[in-house]
Design a protein around this ligand. Structure first.
Ligand SMILES: Cc1cc2nc3c(=O)[nH]c(=O)nc-3n(C[C@H](O)[C@H](O)[C@H](O)COP(=O)(O)OP(=O)(O)OC[C@H]3O[C@@H](n4cnc5c(N)ncnc54)[C@H](O)[C@@H]3O)c2cc1C
Length: 295
């Protein structure tokens, strides 16, 4: 069986090639743009150079043309925003089944988390399959292959997306994707000034300060790159302390792989209490300073 792997990051490329190897005897890593290709991970590395001004999404036609040539029966795509677009268009082109956010594949059965990690769902693709897949479960799995390089000819897209400009975001504070401890603020913070009590706890713990989406897009109290969830960051710190966070699925998918989750909420029925390891029913204005004081 032939598998395609679409990945933007080196770790994901390696992990997804390892996942692909569990079902396919012929693995092609499709490397779009300047992806750093891991050593010995696939039989073939199909390199697609992005012409100046083209977004990664524009490579969809080129990937489809490559699929016409190589006829993959299964595709593993890293779930980045751009590759989800490419994978979606490839799935339509192949007439393939699509299963998203897969965490593991066993005997053709794809597992994915559901309801923000409250449930596991198992589904099976019929015929050709495109999976968007996280590679955490395959971090240690063996990837192998000669990495034979093939330069793929660019197919000009019918409706291109042009990159007009790129500007790095100036980030402040601790990188939440690398922090061991993250304190996360939700709408339980009634005023911007109250965030100082979360900052004080962060200082004590050497933690990063994250938040739910409403604290960025709603009121602009914290930078947008600090919100966690389905449309924000996905993080796996050792410790996640959620204060005044209700635990909606869109938020929890971004943090439910944290080692230990603590929740502080005034509402004993808040959904987060079903998803945390330790919960305190209480007002964050008294609980957070008490924890900071006790440390
Ligand atoms: C398409 C889509 C994508 C989304 N993507 C994201 C995303 O990526 N990330 C994200 O975070 N959200 C996202 N959302 C929004 C998400 O659905 C929730 O609305 C949001 O996560 C709720 O934020 P919250 O928990 O801070 O607020 P709320 O749900 O309002 O919860 C506030 C909590 O604070 C508690 N509280 C109140 N006062 C106190 C106090 N003094 N002390 C302690 N607790 C208190 C309350 O009991 C309540 O449980 C998305 C929504 C949509 C529709």
């Amino acid at each position: 069986m032939k598998a395609f792997v679409l990945a933007e990051h080196t770790d994901a490329a390696r992990g997804l090639c390892a996942a692909a190897r569990t079902v396919a005897d012929d693995v092609t890593l499709v490397a779009i743009g300047d992806v750093a290709v891991p050593e010995s991970c696939a039989d073939e590395v199909a390199k697609i150079a992005l012409p100046e001004g083209n977004a990664v999404e524009n490579a969809a036609e080129t990937v489809c043309a490559l699929a016409d040539e190589e006829a993959p029966e299964v595709v593993f795509a890293e779930p980045t925003r751009r590759l989800k677009i490419v994978a979606g268009r490839l799935a339509a082109h192949l007439g393939a089944s699509v299963i998203t956010d897969v965490t593991a594949l066993n005997d053709g059965v794809a597992e994915s988390m559901y309801f923000g990690g409250l449930a596991n769902r198992k589904m099976k693709a019929v015929g050709k399959a495109v999976y968007t897949m996280t590679c955490a479960n395959y971090a240690e799995a063996p990837a192998s292959g000669a990495n034979a390089v093939k330069e793929v000819a660019w197919v000009e897209p019918a409706n291109a997306v042009k990159v007009v400009s790129r500007e790095p975001i100036v980030k402040s504070g601790i990188d939440l994707t690398k922090a061991d401890v993250v304190v996360s603020a939700g709408r339980g913070f009634a005023e911007e000034e109250q965030l100082d009590i979360a900052r004080a706890l962060c200082d004590k713990l050497g933690a990063g300060l994250g938040c739910t989406r409403p604290l960025t897009e709603g009121v602009d109290w914290l930078p947008r790159e600090t919100y966690i969830g389905v449309s924000g960051l996905t993080i796996s710190p050792k410790v996640y302390i959620a204060a005044g966070v209700s635990g909606q699925m869109q938020h929890m998918v971004g943090c439910n792989t944290a080692g230990t989750i603590f929740a502080i909420n005034t509402d004993k029925n808040a959904p987060i209490f079903k998803q945390c390891d330790y919960g305190i029913v209480g007002d964050l204005k008294t609980v957070l300073p008490a924890i900071t004081e006790a440390l």
